[in-house]
Design a protein around this ligand. Structure first.
Ligand SMILES: [Zn+2]
Length: 321
């Protein structure tokens, strides 16, 4: 039996063959057709599969029984709290529709495609594409290493704050785009703190505007470091103060004085991460400050290379922590 999606794709192909040429418009139509061809039932089955063995999102009880279907998904009743849930309850994806378009869309996320390209390829509207990008990235980025151990490199990077897309600016608009009004790091900059251990486990923290402070380091790093961690940073005083107060073993490299490596003591890995992040970010042509945490989470997931297929991404997004 042919589904309507199959017939539609078949007609589109016949049209292209009879016209005898594959124009850019035809190619776009074809890509769109193939992407939307994913069988909704198959996608729902994959969602169920991704959520298999998940405990009750309300009370974490693992005893449940089946209790009918709603919107194509199996509904369960929890034996602990008696409430019902499905594969998506309690995840950021719970209220997203058009589930048959999710997997083609997630392929676009894996390929870091633009909002416009992702919309075209997966057959959704551009505003949906934008909303989904942030929902799927934020959902999967909840998967973070619990603790870093051994030598842990830490360093921060700054970006000029951006109110791209905001209805009301809380400052005068910049006349020449990305130029700060004063020199140096100040309240016009967003700080992104990266910590990475030598097994490659990485954590990103968006600490807010302006230079990172010792209390911010304390709040983010103390819960993230194993007791055996040796913290390595540049020679900035803020790291020294923080490490002393928090009783964390600490080594500093004097990058400013040109001494970048002292045996195993260096921050080359974390600096390489920063530079990969910056060049990756450049192709999005400006990212609003309020989404910076999503972009660093996205880069962290891509860089770790643990999520390589749309299904793996979906599974990570559905996980309830
Ligand atoms: Zn429950």
């Amino acid at each position: 039996m042919h589904t309507p999606a199959f017939d539609e794709l078949f007609n589109m192909l016949s049209g292209i063959v009879s016209e005898g040429t594959l124009t850019a418009t035809n190619l776009a139509r074809l890509r769109e057709g193939i992407a939307t061809f994913a069988d909704p039932a198959e996608c729902l089955a994959l969602i169920e599969q991704a959520a298999q063995g998940r405990p009750c999102p309300h009370c974490h009880c693992s005893h449940k029984h089946r209790c009918g279907y709603a919107n194509g998904l199996q509904r369960f009743r929890c034996c602990g709290c008696r409430r019902t849930h499905n594969a998506l309850t309690g995840t950021p994806l719970a209220r997203l529709r058009k589930r048959e378009h999710w997997l083609p869309f997630l392929q676009c996320v894996l390929e870091s495609r633009t909002v416009r390209d992702s919309a075209l390829i997966s057959g959704v509207h551009r505003t949906t594409s934008f909303r989904w990008r942030h929902r799927f990235v934020a959902a999967a980025a909840r998967d973070r290493p619990t603790a870093l151990s051994g030598i842990v490199e830490v360093d921060e990077t700054y970006r000029l704050e951006s109110q791209k897309g905001a209805r009301h600016l809380d400052r005068p608009a910049r006349q020449r785009g990305g130029v700060a009004s004063q020199r140096g790091i100040n309240r016009e900059h967003d700080c992104l703190l990266i910590a990475r251990d030598r097994t490659g486990q990485t954590l990103d923290f968006h600490t807010g505007r302006g230079p990172v402070s010792a209390p911010q380091l304390h709040a983010h790093l103390v819960p993230a470091l194993n007791h055996d961690a040796l913290l390595v940073s540049d020679a900035a005083n803020v790291y020294r103060c923080f490490a002393r107060e928090a009783h964390i073993t600490h080594e500093a490299v004097n990058v400013a004085a040109g001494r970048r490596v002292r045996g195993a003591i260096h921050i080359q890995n974390v600096n390489a991460w920063h530079s990969r992040f910056k060049s990756w970010l450049a192709h999005f042509r400006g990212v609003a400050s309020r989404y910076l945490a999503n972009y660093s989470g996205w880069q962290r997931l891509l860089d770790a290379k643990r999520l390589c297929t749309p299904l793996q991404w979906l599974r990570a997004a559905i996980q309830v922590n």
